[in-house]
Design a protein around this ligand. Sequence first.
Ligand SMILES: [Zn+2]
Length: 174
Amino acid sequence: MRTILIAPREQILTSRQCLPDIVEAYVGAMFIDSDFNYGEVQRFFDMHMKPYFEDMSIYDEYASKHPMTRLHTTLNESYGCTEYRIMADELPTGEPGSKPLVISGLLIHRTIIGGVRAKSPRYAKIRTATKALEELDRLTVPEFRARYGCDCRNGEEANKAQNTGSGTMGNGSK
Ligand SMILES: [Zn+2]
């Protein structure tokens, strides 16, 4: 079987983000090699992939470790900051027919972390979140508030949330 790899080897070794591309290329190669027999793809899916999607609750832990989820949790719960957003925009390459590059960054109040480039908005945002987390994870709440000019909520409250790991409010009890 021909397998089409569309990422350089070092990226495969260092980035889990290209794994979906590998699966996509693999399934694509299977489809072509079977003379466009959709039944072959369906058989592969039923035999090797479907069992992993029958109980989605086992992925909850994975989702909580995803860079985007971790970033939101860090900013909201650890630092008590709500004035931030991840931006991604296409940069035209100037060459006709070529795919545009995506540049992405995280804006916290008026400070930008980022300048990450990638080939799709999704990868760009994930890389931005990963890069931002590396910076944010080192900061205490007062350091965060000073560096980013954050005045989103009372510093003591944010400190408390960071120390206890979770709040007691908003659990739905009357
Ligand atoms: Zn803030």
